[in-house]
Write a protein that binds this ligand. Sequence first.
Ligand code: NAD
Ligand code: MG
Length: 396
Amino acid sequence: MSRPQQITVLGATGSIGLSTLDVIARHPARYQVFALSGFTRLSELLALCVRHSPRFAVVPEAGAARRLQDDLLAAGLSTRVLVGEEGLCQVASDPEVDAVMAAIVGAAGLRPTLAAVEAGKKILLANKEALVMSGALFMQAVRKSGSVLLPIDSEHNAIFQCMPLDFSRGLSNVGVRRILLTASGGPFRQTPLAELAHVSPEQACAHPNWSMGRKISVDSASMMNKGLELIEACWLFDAKPSQVEVVIHPQSVIHSLVDYIDGSVLAQLGNPDMRTPIANALAWPERIDSGVAPLDLFAIARLDFQTPDEERFPCLRLARQAAEASNSAPAMLNAANEVAVTAFLDGRVRYPEIASIIEEVLNLEAVVAVDDLEAVFIADAKARQLAGQWLSRHGR
Ligand code: NAD
Ligand code: MG
């Protein structure tokens, strides 16, 4: 085999970042870590640098960079520390990099991910918020640079694997009738509605099947995660929102399905472990070991399906409306959700208020066209401001 592929992992200290490094470490002849980034938990970033000896590490500000640089030198490493968004964009687009794992959470990942796209890198996309915010521009940039875009989100990776072969070569999704996007229903699938006003961040983050970062865990509880994924699926697979149906499947064994016009329905199954989609995307179109245990169908015994209840999951309705409205609506939805979820995790708002905040923001601001990245960030800032006003008005 030729030289190992050089991989940048944006958001290396997070749940997806760590799973990515676990898979990479299983294949030292195939992959080498080029750069790692972290935002908090910088002592963990140091430990990851010691383990993977990257060429670069990226941290949010100069003071943290000096401390990490000193610690790296003391550990005998030549890793260079870069700072902030500029540093992230640099390691995402460096000519030596082959693939970029985009695993920063939220809107903060958009510019570095786009920098990787514009540089024509292979993109392993976990940061769904980036695509939700800027879908049309993002996909245009992918087409222009010829970047290979591989979904890491387990549902989208499943759909990708079930798509016609030609699709992955950028041809078409002819013959696809519907995409069936599965959802576990999260920790509150059966909680009495009256109790939802009193659930804690810890309860919201205790996902029954997946271990994830705190923001996406709350999104999974509210099913905003599925709403963002609906928008993500429309961009990745050139589908209309009406072609994407959400199916609650509590076991999280079927990761999604594609329904064809001849009646064939293809599904991808596996244990709920993100190392499967990560290994799939890293090695695509080949297959490599991910460390995930083989699926034991006899232990699972049954697979259940339900329709989502919109009264229980208003965020899903709001996301579908934003998907239909398109233009600036998904960026507003995403930003309002980020503010509301942060406030919920800080104990400043109750769980049902997450949906109230987002709904108010979407009702207050008209949907406008977004022709460039600046317009996306204007919509994002406006939604954050309106969500902030909701919080001040309610004394939070
Ligand atoms: P996480 O909170 O565990 O990790 C987030 C990473 O982003 C960390 O490395 C953190 O340091 C970094 N980060 C946070 N804020 C930042 C900022 N402002 N600037 C730069 N870096 C910042 O989150 P996660 O669960 O690993 O999720 C990462 C992304 O992957 C999210 O977009 C999420 O929706 C998506 N995703 C996650 C899973 C999962 O199983 N965890 C599954 C599908 C998709
Ligand atoms: Mg998912």
